[in-house]
Design a protein around this ligand. Structure first.
Ligand code: PLP
Length: 456
């Protein structure tokens, strides 16, 4: 990978960054005090920063660089498409070849009966589309009272007003007037933190049945849809008990409620199948996609919808769209990314080879005195940090600080992991090799040791 050799000094870049660049989900004081870490290049699973450190990226950027960094095929796909047609829109009965080909390719990859795609540039935009689409669907079907959407506390579905309302992050709801009306939340299936004395299976059923209780409370005739990730990602990689999803599927079927599976993280191989819905055995009516669709090389997302929804919506005009819906360069890059995922057998490897190896090595981290549980599906996993394993206790007084300490120790050990409260997250590029997995686990162990020593 070619490096830019004429970088200004790090301190200068950091000062400019702090002076002019507003960062997502970043405390201003930290930025001003310590400055941002500046990433300059990437290759495979490795990043280089402006100080020349090589970091193992166990988060695939933001859960998205599924095929790894530095793939020239995607660069060439973008360049070719930029030369031929850098932009055209898909409004007002126009189309172009990359959008047509990508929609067709997605229809062939997604579960049977989901053959139609509405493009966006991000997961947030796609979930906003979903919110308006499900409500419009029911109106067009002659059931206009079905406007309520049910989601889960601690879910993350994006940062726009619609998708942020669908999400259940209380810290986000506290800013800027969310949630908007008509969105309701039930509890998440996080057995470790919230399961008390129940078995995981009983707890999974109890949490699923909150959905039925909420539907009855609102009135089944007013509920449009339930949205959830097959495996909750940004909420802390919460893998639900096995009893959870079959019960949720039974309930949405019973009341004829649409199921939206947010596959923004779970999609494109992350859980060992093309989609998390397959891994968890669910039958969504809509899937939200983004991130791994282009491995993050271009901003693109979308809603893959059932033939029935497409039929009803197509019976009229859906007054909705983004300038960059089906952006030709993003579509061309996504197509090339899907070709690589498929032809190089990357999804199969996550299911049958490196995925199980990561799971085995990751599970061994529960031998560490501070790790209560290690949960993982395919290549998305989390460690619950605890001061007392037997009691499944959390660091209650200042929840998140031990996680933050641990993340900082990971950085110092040239490993990028993320923390959500006191859960430590991994979601590496799907091309990670066995030796790289060994490095990841060794560095994680060392960082846990150091964080534990510092916390004492
Ligand atoms: N849905 C899920 C499950 C996500 O994890 C995210 C982002 O992390 C989003 C939606 C929002 O996607 P974006 O950041 O592309 O808007």
């Amino acid at each position: 990978m070619a490096h830019r050799t004429n970088l200004p000094p790090t301190a200068e870049l950091q000062a400019l960054d702090a002076a002019h660049h507003m960062h997502p989900f970043t405390h201003g004081a930290g930025l001003a005090e310590k400055g941002a870490r500046i990433i300059t290049s990437g290759e495979g699973c490795w990043l280089t920063d402006s100080e020349g450190h090589r970091l193992l990226d166990a988060m695939a950027g933001l859960w998205c660089v599924n095929i790894g960094y530095g793939r020239q095929e995607l660069v060439e796909a973008a360049a070719a498409q930029m030369s031929e047609l850098p932009f055209y829109n898909t409004f007002f009965q126009t189309s172009h070849v990359p959008a047509i080909k990508l929609a067709e390719r997605l229809a062939s990859l997604t579960p049977e009966g989901l053959d139609h795609v509405f493009f966006a540039s991000s997961g947030s935009e796609a979930n906003d589309t979903n919110l308006r689409m499900v409500r419009t669907y029911w109106e067009m079907k002659g059931e206009p009272k079905r406007q309520n959407v049910i989601s889960r506390w601690n879910a993350y579905h994006g940062s726009s007003v619609g998708s942020g309302s669908l999400g259940g992050m209380k810290g986000m709801h506290a800013q800027g007037g969310m949630p908007i009306p008509g969105i309701h939340h039930i509890d998440q299936p996080n057995w470790w933190a919230e399961g008390g004395d129940m078995t995981p299976e009983d707890f999974g059923l109890e949490r699923a049945r909150q959905l039925e209780a909420k539907i009855k409370e609102l009135g089944p005739e007013t509920v449009a849809a339930f949205i959830a990730e097959p495996v909750q990602g940004a909420g802390g990689v919460i893998v639900p008990p096995d009893s959870y999803w079959p019960e949720v599927q039974r309930i949405v079927d019973k009341y004829g409620i649409l199921l939206i599976a947010d596959e923004v993280i779970c999609g494109f191989g992350r859980t060992g199948n093309w989609f998390g819905s397959e891994t968890m055995g669910i039958r969504p009516d809509i899937m939200t996609i983004a991130k791994g669709l282009s491995s993050g090389y271009q901003p693109i997302g979308g809603s893959v919808v059932s033939n029935e929804i497409a039929r009803v919506i197509g019976g009229g005009e859906f007054n909705h769209g983004y300038t960059y819906s089906g952006h030709p360069v993003a579509c061309a890059v996504a197509l090339e990314n899907l070709r690589i995922l498929d032809e190089e057998g990357i999804v199969d490897r996550v299911r049958d080879d490196t995925g199980p190896y990561l799971q085995e090595r990751f599970a061994a981290l529960t031998d560490h005195p501070m790790v209560g549980e290690a949960k993982i599906k395919g290549m998305m996993g989390s460690l619950a940090l605890t001061p007392d394993k037997a009691a499944r206790a959390s660091f209650a007084a200042d929840a998140g600080t031990v996680g933050l300490l641990c993340r900082e120790r990971c950085f110092a050990n040239d490993l990028i992991m993320r923390h959500v409260g006191d859960r430590m997250i991994v979601s590496p590029p799907l091309v990670i090799s066995r030796p790289e997995i060994d490095t990841l686990v060794e560095r994680a162990w060392k960082s846990l040791d150091e964080a534990m020593a510092e916390a004492e």
